[in-house]
Write a protein that binds this ligand. Structure first.
Ligand SMILES: NC(=O)c1ccc[n+]([C@@H]2O[C@H](COP(=O)([O-])OP(=O)(O)OC[C@H]3O[C@@H](n4cnc5c(N)ncnc54)[C@H](O)[C@@H]3O)[C@@H](O)[C@H]2O)c1
Length: 260
């Protein structure tokens, strides 16, 4: 256990799985009081229990990031229990791979609602809490798909590009108002999590077998390595900590060179 975010209160959305789960563990290991939120209640409660078992501090709250009412409830619960908020990791997201000609409007809107509306609502309802408790750090999970386009991922590109510039605009508003709230985006590359089941559902290798993620990484990633959720959590920890106190409106790319 370290103390890089000792005593900071942190909300992590989509904390039941993958990158969010790793962020919850990493921040708790470094002393944060972690509030894991998700719609997967059993898995989310398990993450909080794992953190407790390891000697950390965590709780789980049910929270659909597309619901403004639920954001209001989560912010109120954190304010009542902890008296303020220091860190928000807007991580919840889905990835729907499909031709733009085949994607339904319902899927387009669902992905926008989770990946972009969810971040907007988090900013809207958590910045006042942070501002009024002395400032804080918001980390918005974008992607390298928010930096450049991909065929059959255009709708996902649109959400993650939106997160990138939403981050910068809000960072400047916070700065201009001297709210002491920093806002940065993180851009993961190819990270081993369940999201890939829907990002590339139709992918087959040349012999007709389902695409294996580490084989894809061996071709697409300059170092040949598939990323792990902890690789992203380490960057999130840095942005959450005071080590990054002069950073706002920045993009932290963690992709082993894919976008280089
Ligand atoms: N894995 C990658 O390679 C990769 C790369 C770039 C960016 N990302 C981004 O990282 C973030 C985390 O993804 P992951 O790879 O860990 O995937 P994941 O599927 O393991 O985790 C996503 C989590 O978000 C939750 N979620 C989905 N809809 C929700 C909603 N409406 N409200 C609250 N929670 C909801 C899911 O239940 C799940 O626990 C996403 O924003 C994703 O776009 C992932």
């Amino acid at each position: 256990m370290g103390n890089r975010v000792q005593g900071k209160v942190a909300i992590i959305t989509g904390g039941a799985s993958g990158i969010g789960r790793a962020c919850a563990h990493r921040l708790a290991e470094e002393g944060a009081v972690v509030v894991v939120t998700d719609i997967q209640d059993e898995a989310g409660a398990t993450v909080a229990a794992e953190i407790h078992a390891a000697g950390g501090s965590a709780e789980y709250l049910h929270h659909d990031v597309t619901s403004e009412d639920e954001w209001v409830s989560v912010a109120a619960a954190v304010s009542a229990s902890h008296g303020g908020l220091d860190v928000l990791v807007n991580n919840a997201g889905i990835g729907l791979g499909a031709s733009i000609l085949e994607m339904t409007l319902a899927d387009w809107q669902r992905q926008q609602a989770i990946n972009l509306d969810g971040v907007f609502l988090g900013l809207k309802h958590c910045i006042p809490l942070m501002r009024d408790s002395g400032g804080g750090s918001i980390i918005n999970m974008s992607s390298i798909a928010g930096l450049k386009g991909n065929a059959r991922l255009a709708a996902y590109n649109a959400t993650k590009g939106g997160v990138r510039l939403l981050t910068k605009g809000v960072a400047l508003e916070c700065a201009q108002n001297r709210w002491k709230v920093r806002v940065n985006s993180v851009h993961p590359g190819i990270i081993e999590t369940p999201i890939w089941k829907t990002v590339m559902p139709e992918s087959l290798t040349s012999d007709g077998q389902p695409l294996v993620l580490d084989e894809m990484a061996s071709v697409a990633v300059p170092t040949g390595e598939l990323g792990q959720p902890t690789d992203i959590a380490n960057g999130v920890l840095f942005l959450a900590s005071d080590d990054s106190s002069y950073m706002t409106g920045s993009e932290l790319v963690i992709d082993a060179g894919v976008s280089a």
